[in-house]
Ligand binder design. Structure first.
Ligand code: UD1
Length: 366
């Protein structure tokens, strides 16, 4: 029998991989921790999953649940059923979940009901918008977690306001930035810009996948029409999420995409290529959560097509601005941002590449 703390680290969807990678690496180096990696299979395409394991040097998952896509209820339920079997057979001391995807909530709930301690990394973030599935995931996961690892001051404030006991909360910084710092040099070797024949710094990067932007035909059409105007002035690189691509095809808007000569449509790209694209773009237009943080760290101006953000530090001291998804708002903010220069300053507190080490230090001392 080992005396080590047995921990299950959970990944499921794309934004989980770069958060777990540095934590799992630190745990593998710890003499006190025995980490197991469980992949729920929420994301399963090679370009949404496998490439991240390779590029982030994550070992193959110890256990792969192959859950796949589905409605919120069926996906969450399938993960719970499969994950419960793993908890019962592996009997971990702790389950660690990151972020706010369905896998985060499902695995936290299973562990908590079996009286296994739960650690949540990226705790306390709140958009205060319950229309977002991620907000529900964040609130519930935090409320059943035993250890809450926080990435920015607002996370701490929100948890305190919700009455969470201070001794459960640890302000450790941002593990996603640990990965960024670890891989930024590697990303400079990416060939992606040569492959699409673009000069560095002379393009903007676009990502869209939020249901609020891509699940309604009128909204996505309005956004695409704005992109059409913008690409007359600056090349756009658009690595497209499978959800977005399927919707555009179903809405029969693919002609609109095809009508933009300066829009470079790519399949989803891996972590290294994406870092290179972000770091060299004039600005980013996105609806992602994590990209708001990465652009803040890199000093790249970011237009976030959302009405709210759970990451307010990226607006308060970073390069992010929230913009509604209508033509007037998008084009106004584009006209302002196009003249901004990259500003490498104002990095939030503890976004220093050492958040994972601080998390592992805390867990070792429990
Ligand atoms: C999920 C997360 C979201 C995160 C995003 C990052 C939830 C509620 N949402 O959204 O917070 O920002 O991941 O990508 O957990 N699909 C594929 N291949 C895949 C995975 C998905 O084709 O490998 C397609 C399927 O049609 C699927 C759709 O994408 O139905 C949506 O996938 P899903 O995991 O449900 O949500 P995301 O939109 O990816």
């Amino acid at each position: 029998m080992s005396d080590k703390i047995k921990i299950i680290n959970v990944v499921g969807a794309r934004p989980n991989f770069m958060k777990i990678a540095p934590i799992h690496r630190c745990m593998l180096n710890s003499i006190k921790i025995n980490p197991l990696l469980v992949h729920t299979g929420q994301h399963y395409d090679d370009k949404m999953s496998k490439i991240f394991f390779e590029e982030l040097s994550l070992p193959n998952p110890d256990i792969y649940l192959k859950v796949g896509s589905g409605s919120h209820a069926s996906q969450t339920a399938k993960i719970m059923i499969e994950f419960e079997k793993i908890i019962l057979s592996e009997k971990p001391d702790l389950v660690l979940v990151v972020g706010d995807v369905n896998s985060t909530l499902a695995c936290a709930l299973v562990a908590s009901k079996l009286n296994i301690r739960v650690a949540h990394v990226e705790a306390g973030l709140r958009s205060f918008d319950r229309q977002m599935p991620e907000e529900i995931n964040r609130i519930i996961t935090d409320s059943i977690s035993d250890y809450l690892f926080v990435s920015e001051q607002s996370g701490l404030d929100n948890l305190i306001n919700e009455g969470v006991s201070k001794d459960k909360i640890f302000y450790v910084g941002n593990v996603m930035i640990d990965s960024l710092i670890h891989h930024i040099e590697d990303s400079k070797k990416s060939n992606i810009l040569n492959n699409i024949k673009l000069n560095t710094g002379n393009f903007a990067l676009v990502t869209l996948h939020r249901p609020s932007n891509v699940d309604c035909k009128d909204t996505i059409k309005e956004i695409l029409n704005c992109l059409k105007l913008i690409q007359d002035n600056i090349d756009l690189v658009f690595p497209i999420h499978p959800r977005t691509f399927k919707n555009i095809k179903n809405f029969k808007l693919d002609n609109l995409l095809d009508s933009m000569p300066n829009l470079h449509l790519l399949d989803s790209v891996g972590y290294i290529d994406f870092l290179h694209l972000m770091n060299n773009s004039s600005f980013v237009l996105t609806d992602s959560g994590g990209i708001q943080e990465e652009t803040t760290f890199l000093g790249v101006p970011c237009i976030t097509l959302r009405e709210n953000t759970e990451r307010p530090i990226t607006i308060d001291i970073g390069t992010n601005q929230l913009v509604k998804s209508d033509s007037e708002s998008i084009l106004n903010s584009y006209n302002k941002i196009i003249n901004l220069k990259k500003q490498k300053n104002n990095i939030p507190e503890l976004w220093d590449g050492k958040a994972s080490m601080r998390i592992v230090d805390v867990i070792e001392s429990l």
